[in-house]
Design a protein. Structure first.
Length: 190
């Protein structure tokens, strides 16, 4: 038997054993394909930490959903790539929810419907400038570009030469910190 045929038979064996519930087959699948899953996740998400989480989630999902593995319909690697795509989509959806939440927090923290008198507007701008300065870089710049210059997250990422996921995290966390700081200042002066 040729080496290629042996490899195909070996992969088919992993699929059959995994579907049957063999933990050894799961471990073998991890050894063979976790690098592939991780690489796909890093490329799609731009963040090694998120990619590690996705890689673990994929293999947990593979174990729980092993009954859906059909060796006659495709390879184990292909099946794992499909699970990976779903997990990556979940992370993108979660990130989008966080961004929407952070933007809502920013709108609440900086109300514009009732314009205060000029002196209060100046005080609010000074408070905001101080709060932004406390955030540090590049978080403060990311928030300024997104909110003041109204750049998209992608544009901010390009301008700062940072991964998109990092920019989104900076903006989300920065807005939450800003809100907390502005609430503390408002509470102190109430």
């Amino acid at each position: 038997m040729s080496t290629e045929a042996e490899a195909d038979t070996d992969v088919d064996d992993v699929a059959v054993r995994l579907r049957a519930g063999s933990r050894d087959a799961l471990e073998e699948a991890w050894t063979r394909w976790s690098g592939l899953v991780h690489t796909l996740a890093v490329r799609a998400l731009g963040d090694h930490h998120d990619a590690e989480d996705v890689t673990q989630q994929v293999f947990v999902a593979a174990w729980r959903g092993r009954h859906t593995l059909d060796p006659t319909r495709g390879s184990v690697a292909g099946w794992l790539v499909g699970i990976t795509r779903h997990k990556i989509a979940d992370v993108h959806a979660q990130r989008a929810r966080h961004v929407r939440d952070a933007e809502a927090v920013a709108r609440e923290a900086l109300p514009t419907s009732h314009a205060p008198p000029p002196d209060e507007r100046l005080a609010q701008r000074l408070l905001l400038a101080d709060a932004l300065a406390r955030l540090g870089e590049p978080r403060a710049t990311a928030i300024r570009l997104a909110l003041v210059d109204e750049l998209t997250h992608e544009e901010v990422a390009r301008r700062l030469d940072l991964p998109l996921g990092t920019v989104k995290s900076h903006i989300r966390r920065g807005l939450l910190t800003l809100r907390q700081h502005l609430e503390e200042v408002t509470d102190d002066h109430a």
